[in-house]
Structures are given as structure tokens and as C-alpha cells.
Design a protein around this ligand. Structure first.
Ligand code: DGL
Length: 292
């Protein structure tokens, strides 16, 4: 059995890397839905259905836990899947399985509060002091998940999300540094104009953006703290598997990488992040035991 890691493409490798470091003995299966990337401009219904298919493929391949290493799937699909398909699926599947997202640990990192904490609403709102700027896909931005969940917990934080349509796809396709730099700078400036100043902190709310975190760092004023998702997600998963030993995550340190797209080598941008050539094997429909 294994931990499944799912993304529309290679962005989830930024999360996968941290998970593997945290749980080196566990077996991991990574699935990139490159036949359908990018998710950020798809409808909610499409994102829910593609995420469901990805989870089912990973369960059938031997995953007991699936981490949605994708903000778009976590923001748009996770709650829907948990309350509909997953609830039913778990009853009939024959072994314990679950799907976890990456929004909760990110909000905990941004607020410094456990997820269970919701601010008591007493009297008028406190004046907003600290501004968090979030860079995300259009679908994540439209879900307003970060604004809603942070506002429930910390009324002294103001959240502005900047949708960056096309950016995840540029990263996925291995666009050059100059083109990426220009696009990221334009989005940082667009957010600054909307807020009226630069944000005090930033969240890279799309796992693809983590692969070009240095370009965000350079476009933001020097020293702007960036909340990185991978360490927060890795800590949350480590705590989760300790609390839930009933999920079998394997213990032979096996790594498998699959794509619904063509099993080509990934771009130099991705390989530079990964530190080695990376070729995915092709998978189309839910096969039995990809790690066998
Ligand atoms: N990497 C994903 C995310 O975190 C999805 C990007 C996309 O497919 O648009 O949102």
C-alpha cells in the first residue's frame, strides 16, 4: 500500500518532495493528470469529476491515502467529494481509504491557529492590519476559500487573492525564465494596485508556483515573508498518519510516477527543481496495482 499524490501536472511535485522527506519509508505513487492540465480554467463540475477519477486511479493502484497536491482540486472538489462520492466509496471499498487536501494546513500556517479555531464574533470587526496576498489559479480565486476560512479565524488579517490564469500552464510546459518573470511581475503589480500597497505576506496558492518561488520572491519587496505550502502539508500528513495507523502507507520507500498524458521527459524547469531527469509512465484508466 502507499500514499497517493495527485495534481493536474508537475506542480504537486513541490508537495511530493516535502512528503517524501518527511516519510521516507512510506511508498509513494504520484499521478499527474497531464491529459487534462490545467485545471484552473475548468468548471467546478469538471474539476470535481477529474479529481474523483484521479483519486480512484490512485486507490486502485494501491494508495490508502490520497493527498490532493493541488489547490484547485482541494478548493473546488474536496468538500464535494467528501460529502458525496467518498462517503459512499469508503463503505464499499474493502479497505480504509481517505482523501486529504492542502488548504487546511496552509490556513493553519497563515493564521497561526489550529483549524478547529474559529474566532468568536464580538462587536465590530477589528481594523484590518496585516495584508496577505495570495497568488492562485482562477478557479481557486473564484472559490474565495482563503478569504472565507482566514476571515473566520483571524479578523485582523485581510486577504487579497490574485488570479494568475495561464501561469500554471506556462510552468507545466516549461516556459523560459524571462517569460515567467514578466508574467509574475505583472501579477505582483496588479495585486499591489488592487490593495493600494504591497502585501505584508504572500501565499503561493498553486503548487506549480512553488517551482518558481524565486521569481515571486524577486518580484515582491525584499524580505516579504512567503508562506510555503510544502513544509506545512508535510507536517500535517506526518501528524495524520501517526494519529491514523489504520491507513497502510507501505514501508519499502518505493516511488512511482504516472501521467495520464504522454510519458515524455519533463521540462528542464521541472528537472532543475527535481534535481534529476524525471520520466513518468503512462496510465489511462484505473489499473490494478501500479506499484506491483
Ligand atoms: N497545481 C494546481 C494548483 O495548485 C493546479 C494548476 C492548474 O492545473 O491550473 O492549483
Amino acid at each position: 500500500m502507499a500514499i497517493g499524490v495527485f495534481d493536474s501536472g508537475v506542480g504537486g511535485l513541490s508537495i511530493h518532495h516535502a512528503l517524501v522527506n518527511r516519510l521516507p519509508q512510506a511508498d509513494f505513487i504520484y499521478l499527474a493528470d497531464q491529459a487534462n492540465t490545467p485545471y484552473g480554467d475548468k468548471t467546478g463540475e469538471q474539476i470535481v469529476e477529474l479529481t474523483r477519477q484521479g483519486c480512484e486511479t490512485l486507490f486502485d493502484a494501491g494508495a490508502s491515502l490520497v493527498v490532493l497536491a493541488c489547490n484547485t482540486a482541494s478548493a473546488v472538489a474536496l468538500r464535494r467529494l467528501q460529502s458525496t462520492w467518498l462517503a459512499q466509496f469508503r463503505k464499499t471499498y474493502g479497505r480504509p481509504v481517505n482523501v486529504l487536501g492542502i488548504i487546511v494546513p496552509t490556513i493553519e500556517a497563515a493564521t497561526g491557529l489550529p483549524w478547529e479555531h474559529e474566532a468568536e464574533r464580538r462587536g465590530p470587526k477589528i481594523e484590518k492590519l496585516d495584508v496577505i496576498g495570495i497568488f492562485a489559479t482562477r478557479a481557486t480565486a473564484n472559490s474565495r476559500v482563503y478569504e472565507i476560512e482566514i476571515d473566520k479565524r483571524r479578523q485582523d488579517l485581510a486577504v487579497f487573492t490574485e488570479p494568475c490564469p495561464g501561469l500554471a500552464d506556462m510552468i507545466e510546459q516549461g516556459a523560459g525564465q524571462e517569460a515567467l518573470k514578466a508574467k509574475i511581475e505583472a501579477h505582483v503589480q496588479a495585486l499591489r494596485l488592487r490593495i493600494g500597497r504591497f502585501p505584508d505576506r504572500a501565499i503561493l496558492g498553486c503548487t506549480h508556483y512553488e517551482l518558481v518561488a524565486e521569481l515571486f520572491r524577486a518580484a515582491l519587496p525584499e524580505g516579504t515573508p512567503i508562506i510555503h505550502q510544502p513544509p506545512s502539508v508535510a507536517k500535517a500528513l506526518g501528524d495524520y498518519v501517526t494519529r491514523h495507523p489504520d491507513y497502510d502507507i507501505g514501508n519499502s520507500g518505493r516511488r512511482a510516477f504516472f501521467t495520464t498524458g504522454a510519458p515524455k521527459s519533463q521540462s528542464t524547469l521541472i528537472e532543475a527543481f527535481w534535481g534529476a531527469p524525471l520520466t513518468f509512465e503512462a496510465v489511462s484508466t484505473a489499473p490494478r496495482s501500479l506499484t506491483a
